[in-house]
Design a protein around this ligand. Structure first.
Ligand code: SAH
Length: 488
């Protein structure tokens, strides 16, 4: 049994030992503040159990978590108990270790990078500094009331060094009041760091007297640490995270969940908070094995199409070699990349990633018999153009997009995001179907469309896109969104 710290959020701050144990674990019991990337390294068959607090709601009782740990470990599983930051810093790791000892289970403790030190470091605040602070106190702000608190506020007020408060956001005002009335000077530098080390990190600096008001004005929320002490003022000189173009902005992504992650990750790296609102899901359609030998042209219109195409080839015992005799054309850089992953370098990839673009790019290419691999109920532009040119055309429908139900809370966040992105006509239709009942989008939300077909679908629903990508792929979409954010 392993009690493992997962660090404060940036996956780069997971320790080598943590990664190794996560990769080997049979069972991982994890908390709310665990970086997603930490679980990404788990074995495909591993049992992942969430035992943390559900946003605002109740949490899994501590005894239940401990009982589960003991039970899985006794059953012979390799169990990792994964906790945010360091397991022994306000992590109840000590209690869990005691429960294991009582049950006679051997354990290893893997320390982690604790948020109180790391979030401050990412804000350019060293917890100690020669001449400014020779001691640090890590303090829990989560106490029932300042009066009956276990904390000695007079001692904290006199403490000759840096005070770091964990779990103090909901009670920041009381903490400030308690320190001030115990004699800590109101002019002392102070800061609050929200979501430290994560893409959405935010920092507020000021002085003790008013730091709670500033934090409120800036809508600072948990998880956040507060720091009081002269070192807080160093943030001004030492902050080092480059300002990110989308910091503080919320961007909703409506693509199917399976495809959303690349876009979401890039948005997050730019500092955006991403709301995943997958309005559609891709379902592959069953069909007979494919023998493409009769075709001299094979067109694929999306990365999903590539997946489906290779499934149909594999169903007949075939692989990429079966396409050797045909020209392969792809719409969009993502489609070309999906082909490249399977060893096919597309012969034709049009500049404009729409069917009209491909039809144009194929104008000089002789075609006798073409296969068009695509979604069900896609537009017929390409088959029509090729048939007009005398080619024999087979359309192979490989998948369809269906509505994915969205929780009201997700819909609400998406509707009020700063930006909402649409990457296909079907995501527009299904998203608006879900949202319409609840009165559409908020007026301040800017609508970003990947290209003309998606924009047309928006207009059909009475929505004018504010931004349309001029290159109709993810790079183009991000570029257009960034240009708009920079201008705004
Ligand atoms: N064991 C953890 C602390 C758990 S208590 C550790 O060592 O870091 C949870 C508190 O940690 C939160 O209320 C918040 O004060 C702090 N915290 C966790 N992650 C944080 C982050 N990324 N940025 C700022 N504070 C964070």
């Amino acid at each position: 049994m392993y009690l493992v710290g997962a660090g404060p959020g940036d996956p780069g701050l997971l320790t080598a030992r943590a990664l190794e144990l996560i990769a080997r674990a049979d069972v991982i019991l994890y908390d709310r503040l665990i970086p997603d990337a930490a679980l990404a390294g788990a074995r495909p068959g591993a049992e992942l159990v969430f035992v943390g607090k559900q946003g605002g709601g109740g949490s899994v009782p501590q005894e239940q978590t401990e009982a589960l740990m003991v039970q899985r470990a006794q059953a012979g599983a390799q169990v990792v108990r994964l906790k945010g930051g360091d397991p022994f810093v306000f992590g109840r790791g000590g209690e869990e270790a005691l429960a294991l000892r009582t049950a006679g289970i051997e354990y290893e403790i893997v320390p982690g990078v604790t948020a109180g030190v790391a979030a401050l470091a990412y804000a350019g605040i060293p917890v100690t500094h020669r001449g400014l602070s020779s001691a640090v106190a890590l303090i829990t702000g989560h106490e029932e009331s300042a009066k009956q608190s276990a904390l000695d506020w007079r001692a904290l007020a006199r403490f000759p060094g840096t005070l770091v408060f964990y779990m103090g956001m909901r009670r920041l005002e009381q903490i400030v009041a308690a320190l001030l009335s115990a004699g800590r000077p109101g002019s002392e530098p102070a800061a609050v760091v929200q979501a430290g080390t994560l893409p959405e990190q935010r920092v507020v600096t000021g002085i003790l007297q008013t730091i709670h008001e500033q934090a409120r004005a800036q809508d600072i929320r948990p998880p956040a640490v507060a720091v009081v002490g002269p070192v807080a003022a160093l943030a001004e000189q030492l902050s080092w995270l480059p300002p990110r173009a989308l910091a503080g902005r919320t961007v909703a992504v409506t693509r199917a969940r399976a495809q959303a992650s690349a876009l979401a990750r890039r948005l997050e790296a730019l500092g955006a908070r991403v709301v995943q609102a997958p309005a559609i899901r891709v379902v592959s359609l069953a069909g007979p094995p494919l023998d493409p030998s009769a075709y001299d042209l094979v067109c694929v219109t999306s990365a999903n199409g590539v997946v489906g195409l290779f499934e149909r080839l594999a169903a007949g015992g075939r692989d990429a070699r079966a396409l050797a005799g045909a020209r392969v054309a792809a719409i969009g850089a993502g489609t070309a990349a999906a082909l490249a992953e399977r060893g096919i370098s597309a012969d034709v990839v049009p500049e404009r990633a729409v069917a009209e673009g491909l039809a144009q790019a194929l104008a000089q290419v002789p075609v006798r018999r073409a296969l068009i691999a695509r979604a069900r109920s896609a537009r017929d532009v390409l088959p029509d153009v090729l048939r007009e040119r005398g080619a024999e055309v087979d359309v192979l429908e490989l998948y369809e997009t269906v509505a994915e139900p969205l929780a009201d809370a997700v819909l609400e966040s998406a509707r009020s995001a700063d930006y909402i992105t649409f990457t296909s006509a079907s995501s527009v239709r299904f998203f608006l179907q879900a949202a319409d009942h609840r009165a559409g989008l908020s007026r301040s939300t800017r609508i970003v469309s990947i290209g003309p077909i998606t924009s047309a679908a928006l207009r059909e629903h009475g929505l004018e896109p504010h931004v349309e990508a001029s290159r109709h792929d993810l790079d183009g979409l991000l570029e257009a969104l960034l240009a708009d954010a920079g201008a705004g």
